[in-house]
Write a new protein. Structure first.
Length: 459
């Protein structure tokens, strides 16, 4: 039974020591890292809010599952456990394990896309869009306008705008749209949910036009939490029931299980169509591994199967999102502009508003993220113009309306006191905001540039 407090439904059995560094250490480290927090060594980080991916704390049961690994090359017992768990909790009949989400995206994109196709989605995600483009498609954003507005309080900013979808259909025709890719709890919008009403309408739309519905289910449990809290008729349903209902509306899914399902590595492609499964099995052996392990160790598949069952427990998700809300409210109370409503996995600082003296082409969010690290040892990530990359046709920078720094909370890892320290760190960096300088590239990788780009300060 969910209580009013978001107190954690677990206690700590093992700890990992972390160390605080000096400001001089951090200044040196960020310069060496080219002002890119991805290039810092984690040992130089105090509180690591870079991502929620692969950094969750596994439970004692998951660790026990690690010991139950069946490392057979083919037909591991853990694969069958994973497959049955995916069907039981997520509805999908067939599961193809992959080393992580982008492995599944690669297989999916190669199997479904022909050059010249269009793939609509509720806002882009970096690796998802890149795999679509590498397979020859153009991504088309069909999310509602409110999603691009950090201030809008819309309760379901992940919703699809059917006018945008119909306009695309009229322009290119259903035969050029192999599938629509819908993320639950949209990462780049600030961890914003999609409603079940919108998802059901999308199911009808896909049936009407013979277009496949693919679900990026990376954060489906967090989405279910917001449905339970905000959507009429779902208050008395469990997270597990809502997650199942969401998944059952789609034809296939890609999953990065490093998030919701609390494992350090792993993912899968899942579907209901036997022929599609057969084709995915034929391709997964080329890129990932045999279809009964796809890049995962047996032990990791076991930990994942157990993690799935833990991820849909109401108490767990209440505490998980509760911690994110706690941090967000604390930062907001200090009059610091963030994306509203507060999302499911992270608090997103609005760098455009915080650093009005830095134009977008000088990467305000990148600069803010670096400054926050120097101030406090808290590591965050840019989610703005650097992450958005360049238009594949024109070569020009995409210019997203959202220029954000993401404070991403790992699952079951940090305490309330760590959240307090983080909120204080953000307040401190705001006090020195006039000293923060814009950046320019000294190295810009061609693909997914945010991961490895290097910068220098503009004086
Ligand atoms: N889809 C979404 C919505 C994601 O957030 C991610 C990863 C992926 C797909 C790709 O999965 O990393 O397992 O290959 N997001 C991480 C993040 C990296 O920090 O947001 P992956």
């Amino acid at each position: 039974m969910t209580t009013l407090s978001w107190a954690e439904p677990y206690k700590i059995k093992m700890v990992e020591l972390i160390k605080m560094t000096s400001r001089e250490d951090r200044l040196r480290a960020i310069r060496e890292a080219g002002y890119n927090t991805f290039l810092l060594r984690s040992e130089d980080v105090y509180i690591d809010l870079l991502t929620d991916s692969g950094v969750g704390a596994m439970s004692d049961r998951q660790w026990a599952g690690i010991m139950m690994g069946d490392e057979a090359y083919a037909g591991s017992r853990n694969f069958y456990h994973l497959r049955d768990t995916v069907e039981e909790y997520y509805s999908y009949k067939y599961t193809v394990p992959c080393h992580q989400g982008r492995g599944a995206e690669n297989i999916l994109s190669q199997l479904l896309i022909s050059p010249g196709d269009y793939v609509p989605g509720n806002m882009y995600f970096t690796t998802t869009r890149l795999h679509q483009e590498l397979a020859g498609a153009t991504f088309v954003d069909v999310i509602i306008d409110e999603a691009h507005d950090a201030e809008s309080e819309h309760p379901f900013k992940g919703n699809v705008d059917f006018d945008k979808l119909d306009a695309l259909l009229d322009e290119v025709g259903a035969e050029k749209i192999p599938y629509i890719c819908i993320a639950t709890c949209v990462n780049m919008a600030g961890g914003q949910p999609i409603s079940l009403e919108n998802l059901k309408r999308l199911r009808r739309w896909c049936d009407e036009h013979g277009i496949m519905f693919v679900h990026d289910m990376t954060r489906v449990a967090e989405n279910a939490y917001f449905i339970q809290r905000r959507e009429n008729g779902y208050q008395n349903k469990t997270i597990r029931e809502i997650v199942y209902e969401i998944c059952a509306l789609s034809d296939a899914a890609t999953m990065s299980s490093k998030k919701d399902a609390m494992v350090n590595i792993g993912g899968f492609l899942a579907m209901n169509d036997a022929r599609f499964y057969e084709r995915a099995c034929a391709l997964v052996v080329v890129y990932e591994g045999l279809h009964t392990y796809g890049g995962m160790a047996g032990r990791d598949m076991e930990a994942l199967a157990i993690g799935i069952t833990e991820s849909v427990q109401d108490d767990h998700i209440h505490a998980r999102v509760g911690q994110v809300l706690y941090l967000g409210r604390k930062i907001r109370a200090a009059d610091i502009p963030i994306v509203n409503p507060i999302g499911g996995h992270a608090v997103f600082l609005n760098a455009t508003k915080m650093l009005p003296h830095i134009p977008q082409e000088h990467f305000p969010a990148q600069a803010l993220s670096a400054a926050l690290y120097v101030e406090s040892g808290v590591r965050s990530m840019e989610r703005g113009i650097v992450s958005a990359g360049r238009d594949k046709a024109t070569g020009k920078n995409h210019r997203p309306k959202l220029e954000l720094v993401r404070l991403t909370i790992p699952r079951r890892v940090y305490t309330q006191a760590h959240m307090d320290v983080t909120a204080n760190a953000v307040e401190e960096v705001v006090k020195r905001r006039d000293e923060i300088k814009g950046l320019r590239f000294t190295y810009e990788p061609e693909m997914l540039r945010f991961f490895q780009a290097r910068f220098e300060q503009i004086d």
